[in-house]
Design a protein around this ligand. Structure first.
Ligand SMILES: [Zn+2]
Length: 152
């Protein structure tokens, strides 16, 4: 406990801060980005007050920036998310996630009869934008809503 400041959630030297995640979807974002497999330091806070979202979560990943593809996939569960790229403790870049038109291979189809649930086929969905994003399966055309969203 020699340096309490370094233990706090605030401040990473280099890396990415993902802000404005709905609190209930924090672990989905972690899963989509595969953060559970990271060796880097990751800190997060949840149930923080947010005017826009009610309760929000924030994730700070040290020593890592994400490629657009990864980032846009989190739009599925955090369409309002904002990313801050940190370099030497300063925010050098800020951007919002963009909701992709199509999602490939992250989510499961809600339809138990869908071929993607029986054969080794990568799922493909057309994104239906909205307050809560839904996914339309390209194989069976069934719609998977947020409530049934199951991230692989
Ligand atoms: Zn399907």
């Amino acid at each position: 406990m020699r340096d309490v400041k370094q233990l706090s959630v605030s401040g990473i030297k280099n890396g990415t801060v993902i802000d404005h995640i709905p609190a209930k979807n924090l672990f989905k974002v972690i899963s989509i980005l595969g953060l559970e497999k990271f060796d880097n330091r990751i800190t997060f806070g949840t149930n923080l007050e947010s005017k826009k979202l009610g309760r929000k979560a924030i994730i700070k990943v040290a020593g890592k920036t994400f490629v657009d593809d990864d980032v846009n996939r989190i739009a599925l569960v955090a369409p309002e998310a904002k990313l801050n790229i940190i370099n030497n403790y300063k925010v050098v870049e800020k951007y919002n996630v963009e909701v992709p038109k199509e999602i490939i291979g992250i989510a499961r189809c809600v339809n138990p009869k869908c071929i993607t649930n029986h054969e080794q086929i990568i799922t493909r969905f057309t994104v239906i934008p909205g307050n809560e994003i839904a996914l339309k399966c390209r194989y069976c055309e069934k719609i998977t809503d947020q409530e049934h969203l199951n991230i692989r």
